[in-house]
Write a protein that binds this ligand. Sequence first.
Ligand code: NI
Length: 183
Amino acid sequence: MSILKIARMGHPVLLQHAQPVPDPTDPDIRRLAADMIETMLDAGGAGLAAPQVHVPLRMFVYHLAPQRVSGAPGDEPTEPVVLINPRVEPSDVAAIELGWEGCLSIPGLRAAVPRYVKVSVTALDLEGRQLAFEAAKFHARVIQHEHDHLDGVLYPMRMASSNADLRLFGYNEELARYATDQP
Ligand code: NI
């Protein structure tokens, strides 16, 4: 396994519409997923999408640490998960909440980003099996954030398109000092 280089905001690979993974069981995809998990854990991120490591394919990895999740149904801790060719649909388009979000491609900053509270997810795993589940709260946020990467969308772009309050976008240290925990 190896640590991969993470593209930072401004690199055009982050703006591409990623292509479907042709064969999720391809050993190269398994190797890429393992490297992405190692890279995500090394960098201290909750998730990492393939375009962030310069591979414009529709797959991402994430993990949910016990201290990040609410423990509500659909928002429980998990070991690293790999989702290939995911589809993400809001369960209730009216249920939206703000939450703090960072991105390994935008190091040092975070923002309060509006996301759907619950989403239903379908995807393939590394065995080519179909997965279907509902994710809520932080779990749903991570999935929406990573899924946006597959369509070339970074969280500041999501904030702009949803008319979010851009005053709640800043450096981690300053926000830790001046912002309340709940945006
Ligand atoms: Ni990101």
